[in-house]
Design a protein around this ligand. Structure first.
Ligand code: AP5
Ligand code: MG
Ligand code: ZN
Length: 218
């Protein structure tokens, strides 16, 4: 049972790779972005607090996201966790360490998805998901096989994220550089960081991640 972090800027492919690892290895994807979007959609107190912050592309408070992870962590105890979009600050990294230690669990790898920022804007502004099953697509890079029909479930309803516009993406990237990138040295000091070339195709990135998790060197 492994616990891994997928670390990378908006659009790096964290969600795409986490969903694949969940499908292929039975690990559990823990995406704070998805949890927050669910809270916003459900109109919970957390959702009401997070909605405007997310729309601006800024980070939601450490206390809120750490609590969300804490609530969901035990469900991944037997299968292992893929942290997608968490931790994003030094405070969150410290909170995660405590949450795992309290449960006798530990981190195996921090996989850094390295990508070029101009590419990210293209990826994010073309992204859409199936409204029924959540499968992820992209207008240019990963279209549905039949236009307008989900490959996975056949639904014809799709949605786009309100924060997926160029202006908000720039703020999200600035937040990443200012607050999230500085946690890398913390994990480097622990020898946990593995860097993956996130500019490759989805399948090639997946192969790089599989090699790390299987303990191979490419
Ligand atoms: P979150 O939902 O985590 O968004 P993000 O970090 O901005 O990352 P994205 O989900 O946009 O990108 P991704 O890396 O998952 O890429 P994807 O696989 O979709 O957070 C949203 C907001 O919530 C934050 O701004 C913040 O407000 C709040 N929040 C969340 N967590 C928080 C936390 N811990 N603390 C505080 N606030 C928090 O891929 C993108 C597109 O590219 C897709 O269309 C995909 O099909 C395509 N694609 C993927 N891989 C490739 C490839 N290799 N080649 C070509 N196309 C590809
Ligand atoms: Mg994502
Ligand atoms: Zn679907």
């Amino acid at each position: 049972m492994m616990n891994i972090i997928l670390l990378g800027p908006p659009g790096a492919g964290k969600g795409t790779q986490a969903a694949r690892l969940q499908a292929n290895r039975g690990m559990i994807q823990l995406s704070t972005g998805d949890m927050l979007r669910e809270a916003v959609a459900a109109g919970t107190p957390v959702g009401l607090k997070a909605k405007e912050v997310m729309a601006r592309g800024e980070l939601v408070s450490d206390a809120i996201v750490s609590a969300l992870i804490g609530e969901r962590l035990d469900a991944s105890a037997d299968k292992g966790a893929i942290f997608d979009g968490f931790p994003r600050t030094k405070h969150q990294a410290a909170a995660l360490e405590i949450l795992l230690a309290e449960r006798g669990r530990r981190l195996d790898y921090v996989i850094e998805l390295a990508v070029d920022e101009d590419e990210l804007v293209k990826r994010i502004t073309g992204r859409f998901t199936c409204a029924a099953c959540g499968a992820g697509y992209h207008d240019a890079f990963r279209p549905t096989k039949t236009p307008g029909v989900c490959d996975n479930c056949g639904s014809t309803e799709f949605k786009r994220r309100p924060d997926d516009n160029e202006q908000t993406v720039r703020t999200r990237m600035a937040e990443y550089r200012a607050k999230t990138q500085p946690i890398l040295p913390y994990y480097e000091a622990k020898g946990l960081v593995r860097r993956v070339d996130g500019m490759q195709s989805v399948d090639d990135v997946a192969a790089q991640i599989d090699a790390i998790l299987d303990g191979q060197t490419l």
